[in-house]
Design a protein. Sequence first.
Length: 178
Amino acid sequence: MPTKLPRKSELKNHLQQGFTLIELVIGMLVIAIAVVMLTSMLFPQGDRAVKTLQRVRSAELAHSVMNEIWGKRYDENTGASGGVPACDSPLGVPCSAVLGPESSEGRNDYDDIDDYNGLDESFTMLDSSQTYAEAYPNYRLNVSVAYNPDVTNTKLVTISVTTPDAEVITYNMVRSNY
């Protein structure tokens, strides 16, 4: 009996069972482009998210110190609770020349804004036994208070917070003598 030759349609179905070399190369190229896009666009977002979180914690730390400072009187020689007369006013006494805490004051006894001059992360938080370094590990804090050279009867408070990535973020506030 003679061998029967396959029909053209049967031959076509038989040849379409696998991938061609061109299809495999194009598939690998598409996958390579997708991997490059993921590694260059999507994965660096994780680093940016960490930096954003560190900046938010930095602002939280600075804001808590600012709120504490803002509630204090302008100077040691100003009446308690913003009492009259203010120092350096026509009826008042001169403002103190020394910026920093008085020698007898502990951290919880800070009563005017210049007491915060030199505050850093090693100090305890207000009414707490916990230091700023314990509450904000790997963050650095530095507070400086100086008379504002641009405007009389004002003090410039500068709070510098260094994040764990060594980014220094500076926050400023100006307090008037009123």
